[in-house]
Design a protein around this ligand. Structure first.
Ligand code: ATP
Ligand code: MG
Length: 427
C-alpha cells in the first residue's frame, strides 16, 4: 500500500505565500539588532537533555511534558531545544565569551515543544531571542524592552501591552514561597488538580494558572512584590524610572511569574489583545544565577524571546499590505534566437536593478501562454523578445498592471526605462 505522508502534527510547512511576511520580520530583526549593537550567534538545535533539565527546571511544564527527548545511537540522552537561552548560555561558557567581557547576543530559529497544537501554538515554532550578559543593573533590562518596543514600531504593530514584575532573589523568593504555600495550604480545598500537583514542586506557578475558578484565590494570595529584598526592590524601582524616561509604557503585574525556573528579579511579557490568538507575544526576564549554575563564572544575565508565528499572525491580521511580491520584471522569450539572448539580457537587468527581481519565462510555449505566466508571476513589467526584436536589438515593453500601449525600447536603454517604469528613477 502506498502511504501518503503528512507533516508531523504541529509542525508546519511555510509555503511561498507566507514567506514575504517571515522575511520581513527576519529582515527587520537583523536591522534592529544591528542598530543596538547586538551580535548574532547560532547554536545547535539539539543539546544534552540535562542542559534543559538543569536550566529550565525539573518541575516546569516544558521539562515535565513538552520536551522532545531521545537517546541517540551513541546512547546520549538529547533533546530538541524548547527555547534558546540554555543553549546560548552553554555556548557562551564553553567558548569563554563571558570571561571579563560583556556580551549582547541574539539568535533566531526553530524551537520544539510537544504542546497541543492550535492557532498560534505549534510543536515546531520559531523564536527570535536576545540576551545580554555581564550587566547587573536595570539599564539593560530597560534597553531590552526598548528593543522590543522598537521592533513593534518598525513592524507597524500597535496595541501590544508590556507587563513587568520582579521575582526577587532566590533568597527572598524562598521566604515568599513559604508564605505562599502557607496561604495555599489554608485554601487547599479550593485548589484545582494542576495546582495541587504544583503545591510542593512549583507553587509559584500556581499564580500563573489560567483556570477562572482559581482567580479569586490567586487574587487573595500574598503578592511577591510586597516581599522583595531591598536590592531587588531598588532594581525594580530604577527600572520603572528608566522605562518611563524612555517613553516605554508598562504596567506592574504582581502575579506575573514565568514558566521557567531560572528567572530572578525582572520578568516581563508583551501581550496582544487581538482576538483569536495566543496572547503572549514576547517574554523574558533576568536570570542572574543561571550562568554559575551551569558551571560558568557568576554572570548577571537578562534576555527575551518572541514567537515569530504570533508576530506574523498579528501582522497579517493588522491589514498591513503584504510586502512586495517578486519578481518585478518578466522576460517573455519567443523563439530560439530570443532564448539564446535572454539569459544574458536578464543578468544585465539584474546588474542595473539589483533586488528588483527578473524572472525569465523558461520552457518556451506560445506567446499567449507565456504572457499568461508573466501575468501570474505578479510582475509589473513584461519584456517581450521575439525573432524580430532580436534582429533589431529592441525589446517590447508591456505594463502588466496598467492599461497602456506597448512600447519598443533599444537594449542599451532598457535598464533606465525599466527603472523609470518601476518608479526607481534612473539607477
Ligand atoms: P505561552 O504562555 O503562550 O505558552 P510561554 O510562556 O510558554 O508562552 P516562552 O517560553 O516565554 O512562552 O516563549 C517566548 C515566546 O515564544 C512566547 O511569547 C510565544 O510568542 C512563543 N511561543 C512559545 N511557545 C510557543 C508555541 N508552542 N508555538 C508558537 N509560539 C510559541
Ligand atoms: Mg508555554
Amino acid at each position: 500500500m502506498d502511504r501518503k505522508f503528512q507533516a508531523v502534527r504541529g509542525m508546519n510547512d511555510l509555503l511561498a505565500d507566507q514567506m514575504p511576511w517571515w522575511q520581513l520580520v527576519e529582515r527587520r530583526a537583523r536591522e534592529l539588532f544591528a542598530d543596538y549593537g547586538y551580535q548574532e550567534i547560532r547554536v545547535p538545535l539539539v543539546e544534552h537533555a540535562e542542559l534543559f533539565q538543569r536550566s529550565i527546571g525539573e518541575h516546569t511544564d516544558i521539562v515535565e511534558k513538552e520536551m522532545y527527548s531521545f537517546e541517540d545511537r551513541g546512547g546520549d540522552l538529547l533533546s530538541l531545544r524548547p527555547e534558546a537561552t540554555a543553549g546560548l548560555v552553554r555556548a557562551a561558557i564553553e567558548h569563554g565569551l563571558l570571561h571579563n567581557q560583556k556580551q549582547r547576543l541574539w539568535t533566531a530559529g526553530p524551537m520544539f515543544r510537544h504542546e497541543r497544537p492550535q492557532q498560534g501554538r505549534y510543536r515546531q515554532f520559531h523564536q527570535i531571542d536576545c540576551e545580554a550578559f555581564g550587566f547587573a543593573g536595570p539599564d539593560v533590562d530597560a534597553e531590552l524592552m526598548q528593543i522590543a518596543a522598537r521592533f513593534w514600531k518598525m513592524l507597524g504593530l500597535s496595541g501590544l501591552r508590556l507587563r513587568i514584575n520582579s521575582l526577587g532573589t532566590p533568597d527572598s523568593r524562598r521566604q515568599y514561597r513559604a508564605l505562599l504555600v502557607a496561604y495555599l495550604e489554608r485554601h487547599r480545598t479550593s485548589l484545582d488538580a494542576d495546582s495541587l500537583r504544583r503545591l510542593d514542586s512549583n507553587p509559584m506557578r500556581i499564580l500563573d494558572s489560567r483556570n477562572p475558578a482559581m482567580r479569586e484565590l490567586i487574587a487573595g494570595a500574598p503578592a511577591l512584590t510586597d516581599h522583595l529584598d531591598a536590592g531587588s526592590r531598588e532594581h525594580f524601582e530604577r527600572l520603572r524610572v528608566l522605562l518611563s524616561a524612555a517613553g516605554i509604557a508598562h504596567e506592574v503585574e504582581p502575579r506575573l511569574v514565568r514558566g521557567l525556573d531560572y528567572y530572578s528579579r525582572t520578568v516581563f511579557e508583551w501581550t496582544t489583545q487581538a482576538v483569536g490568538s495566543q496572547d503572549a507575544v514576547c517574554s523574558g526576564g533576568r536570570y542572574d544565577g543561571l550562568v554559575a549554575q551551569l558551571g560558568g563564572e557568576p554572570t548577571p544575565a537578562v534576555g527575551w524571546a518572541l514567537g515569530i508565528e504570533r508576530i506574523v499572525g498579528l501582522l497579517r491580521a493588522s491589514g498591513a499590505a503584504a510586502p512586495a511580491a517578486l519578481p518585478a520584471i518578466y522576460l517573455v522569450l519567443a523563439g530560439e534566437p530570443a532564448e539564446r539572448a535572454g539569459l544574458l539580457l536578464a543578468d544585465r537587468l539584474r546588474d542595473a536593478l539589483p533586488g528588483a527581481g527578473v524572472q525569465v519565462g523558461l520552457g518556451g510555449g506560445s506567446f499567449k501562454s507565456q504572457l499568461k505566466r508573466a501575468d501570474m508571476s505578479g510582475a509589473g513589467v513584461a519584456l517581450i523578445i521575439g525573432d524580430d526584436e532580436v534582429a533589431r536589438g529592441v525589446v517590447t515593453v508591456k505594463l502588466l498592471r496598467e492599461d497602456a500601449s506597448q512600447q519598443e525600447c533599444p537594449w542599451e536603454e532598457l535598464p533606465g526605462r525599466v527603472a523609470a517604469l518601476l518608479g526607481r528613477g534612473k539607477s
